[in-house]
Design a protein. Sequence first.
Lengths: 148, 317
Amino acid sequence: MTVIQNKSEVLDLLTWEGLEARCTGEKHISVERLKSITTFPNNDASHPIIGRFWRVFEAWSDVERSAYLKFVWGRSRLPIDLTRLSRKHEVRLMPHLGATAFPQSHTCFFQLDCPDYATDELMNNRLSAAAQLCGEMDTDNNAGEDLD
Amino acid sequence: MSQQSPLMQKGEKVIKLRCKLLLKLLRSWIKVAGVFNMRKKLQAGSIASLLWKNKFLMPMSVSSALVERAIEQIGTGYETNVEVSRRKAMVFADSGKVDHEGKFTIYGQIIQQLNRNDANMNYFRIKDTDAKCYRITFRGEGAIDAGGPFRDSLTNIAQELERSVLPLLIRSPNNRNEHGTNRDCFILDSRSTTPSHKLMFKFFGGFLGFAFLSKSPMPFNLAPWVWKQLIQEEVTLNDLEGIDAYSAQVLRDLQNYAQMLSDQDFEAGVDQNFTTVLSTGEEVPLCDDGANIKVTKANISDFVAKVLAARANEAAF
């Protein structure tokens, strides 16, 4: 305990709840908080993909929402303070990806490249699958030269 | 809905006045908070201890402002480089072994390099939520680290720490027993005491410090028990309940029996010696020859205090 403790006076005015919130963010991923930092830059505000995305996201559990965040961002939780993020969440509609293709993500830019899915079911299926299965990154280069 | 709280009945004028007073109090608090030497917070009767004990009254906005002000005084560090093979870590994890040396897991690979690069851990002094401690290369995966791979490695680290591949955290008894509160929480593993373990714990603290400064969330599920101890708060029987409800219940039952039963009945009905089971499952004596000293009505409060102390000191390395 003393090894990881920091006896700095900075901590003296915080409660343990305050300390935890700062260090770990919230386990519960709030739809409203994510909405507050999300844009859909490639299409107009009335496009059905926007409503579809939020219906699908809202139906997910915190575990699924967490996996989605990790897929598009690397992080699995939102920080307590969203005002200092240098990149905000972008969902970009990419019709050329094919109507049933998997989505792609750019974690450095907090971006999802999203095919124009025709139904909520299809979107839910493709997004969850991508979020559950993607543990590695292999798009910037060719993977596989090192298998030790 | 026709019932009004006593405060509402007093009318708008009184409420406004009270709000004003409260604001005034908070403003004064902010002013004085920096003046008193908080190092005396554990000293009974000091003003620092009074402020410290009442900090829960301070709204989050006020304490955050004070924390931000204090953080501004801390120097900013710089980014370093690490290279990690996640496949090597995966192969190690699949073997079922535990990374006691801190070399094979993603966490182990990262901290060995960080330690070599700068043992003073300046890279953890990061204040922007999206800034990096290190630029990470995942060998064989090919991704250029403009932030994504770094954040990904933080998530990997948090996951590894809560798995048995790393010996730093264990499930709390409530978590293992699926009983009581905080069933998804972890506590420190008190059996990990070698120099390699200590290095790993030191870096665990480093990552927590980084998360604290930058507000970059590290998805740890630590029990309130651990957070309280991190800020040097005393842990009580209620806190023990939050990690080990069964043990807390036994102590409460003994306290109740001591009040309800006669000396004789207590003696006849209670078969408990001065020993206790720690979170790791290990049974330890609470004093010399504890296994042969019986708990009686006369020494019950001493017993409860000793159990709490033993639990609080489990991971006091």
